[in-house]
Design a protein around this ligand. Structure first.
Ligand code: IDP
Ligand code: MG
Length: 147
């Protein structure tokens, strides 16, 4: 089963949107297999956003993601990466389709509430940056046969 790494960013936590955002993935039918409320370190943030090093928004992005606690999660499901990206919406709130998380709640690209992995390969790396293998919970979600 495909896994993806999702992280409610400090703006989502501060705005009290953890429950609202998590609820969307639950209702979609995806399976939560790990969750952690934490303060991201500078080193961890740099690993997470390594692909953006050198871009003009890189330093402000690291400052933002380490500015307050985040809620990091691993979700599982068929096509979990593509499905969660679709629910999250495009990076820029203006381009995000109505009904997506970023369209419904975000105004600015730099306060766009949530991170979602963009490929299964990156998901694996991002999960390893936040969770140890024993923190990924294996269990049967009985409703899955209806989804
Ligand atoms: P994504 O989060 O939709 O995958 P990426 O291009 O991977 O978008 O960028 C990572 C994060 O960096 C974005 O979610 C956003 O917080 C920030 N970011 C990306 N592009 C810009 C920009 O042009 N200005 C400010 N922040 C940006
Ligand atoms: Mg990205």
């Amino acid at each position: 089963m495909e896994k993806t790494f999702l992280m409610i960013k400090p703006d989502g936590v501060q705005r009290g949107l953890i429950g609202e955002i998590v609820g969307r993935f639950e209702k979609k039918g995806l399976k939560l297999v790990a969750g952690k409320f934490l303060q991201v370190s500078r080193e961890q943030a740099a690993r997470h956003y390594a692909e953006h090093e050198g871009k003009p928004f890189y330093e402000p992005l690291l400052a933002f993601i380490t500015s307050g606690p985040v809620f990091a999660m691993v979700w599982e499901g068929d096509q979990a990466v593509a499905l969660t990206r679709a629910l999250i919406g495009k990076t820029n709130a203006v381009d995000a389709a109505p009904g997506t998380i970023r369209s419904d709640y975000a105004v600015h690209t730099n306060f766009n509430l949530i991170h979602g992995s963009d490929s299964p390969e990156n998901a694996e790396k991002e999960i390893a940056n936040f969770f140890t293998p024993d923190q990924i919970v294996k269990y049967e979600q009985t409703i899955q046969r209806w989804i």
